[in-house]
Design a protein around this ligand. Sequence first.
Ligand SMILES: N[C@@H](CCC(=O)N[C@@H](CS)C(=O)NCC(=O)O)C(=O)O
Length: 346
Amino acid sequence: MKQRILLIVALLAILILGIVLPTTAQEADLGDTLGAVQDAGILNCGVSGALLAFSYVDADGNMAGFDADYCRAVAAAVLGDAEAVGFRSSNASERFPILQSGEIDVLIRNTTWTISRDTSLGFNFAPTTYYDGQGMLVRKASGFETLEDMDGGTVCVNAGTTTEKNLADVFRGLDIEYEAVVFAETNDVRQAYDDGRCDGWTTDKSGLIANSALLAVPEDHIILEATMSKEPLGPLVRHGDDNWFDIVKWTVNCTILAEDLGVTAANADDMLGSDDPKILNLLGVEGDLGQAMGLNNDFCYQIVTQVGNYGEIYTRHLGEDSVYKVPRGLNNLWTNGGILYAPPFR
Ligand SMILES: N[C@@H](CCC(=O)N[C@@H](CS)C(=O)NCC(=O)O)C(=O)O
């Protein structure tokens, strides 16, 4: 009798655990991110939140910037609504744990594609959205022109970044003595540099261009010519969900190919009547390319009409329509001297 009761209790426990555990958000969502995002009706997107031009809270209290718009592009593709995004701000060190745990569905936070992040940390990187490199900002009054001029100096840097490691490698390679002053938060890095605690401030050049606007007197500083590393920045997802990886990949590809084919937010509706089969496939007028990922076939049309093509997103946040006016450089289409190139929608 006692054994039978124990057996029943054990069976009930298994049953209850079986029902309750898999429905807790983290357990259930990890293998089927698309289903979880659709059920929630919202995309949880990890951003910095403290990086002008890429992801920052604007005067109206909205998350704005190039990375924030790529979150919106994924939401437009998946939910048909670019505004259905829950933004989660993160510093450099916490960005990876929140993706691993399932707290966010995708991380779009000026994150460099490296082999260890792609392998041992357990992530997959979508195509690069911004080809960058590490730079060094110094005071004009210092007279520094090269990294070698900084021998014996101090450098302010963010913890948990490729920046920190590159600084050590590059300075060791050049046989430069230096002291790193390390902070978890970018605002603290900038403040320490501005307070004169460091001779240089190093991070991705895009970060220096944008966030140096927050220095007390931005005109008193310059970015040295030297580029210390390659920093291909782009979205990343967890290992273990190929379909979700495809969705994020083809979201980026959609924006690049739309620019390549001359499809913009303004003309996309007219383009639905185009004679070009490449455009018809891109916009989902022909074929069922979206369906193969569990999306509507017009997913790219939604991205372009609601958020824009790559060039439009770039121009808005970094290019001519922004205060930064960063030349496209590598981040131009391959046909215009850059290295952006999307595989075919076919
Ligand atoms: N791309 C580098 C650096 C990324 C990084 O965290 N950069 C700092 C400085 S631009 C940053 O994003 N700060 C914003 C923040 O802490 O929210 C990486 O992936 O490690």
